[in-house]
Write a new protein. Sequence first.
Length: 134
Amino acid sequence: MALFYVNGEVNRQNVRYWSQNNPHWVDHSKQQGVQKIMVWCGLWKARVLGPFFFDEHVTGETYLGMFRDQVMPKLERLGEGLPEWFQQDGAPAHFATVVKDWLNENFPNWIGRRGHVEWSSRSPDLSPLTSFSG
């Protein structure tokens, strides 16, 4: 998931820079009350699933609702079976109890915070999302 500000302000939490030198960035203060939207996309084989949008604060329940009611039907329509592995990052909504319980029931192997395979949300190891170069 990534957060975007409607006014064009850049959310630096969406981007990670790996460098041996400190770039000495200046942190500009954020405006209060700026309209924003949360966006989720997934990768499945040669496809991008989504984007799916959240106008509200993302909780475990809203994230699970999106995944169960939108992502899973999309995967079923593709007719290629369910992923053998599912990986997500460590966003708080992703490891809510209702989400973990649902993933445990529906995916034999899932990678993420408190998943079948523990994966640090800020791991410098290669992940599907960092393996693509633009």
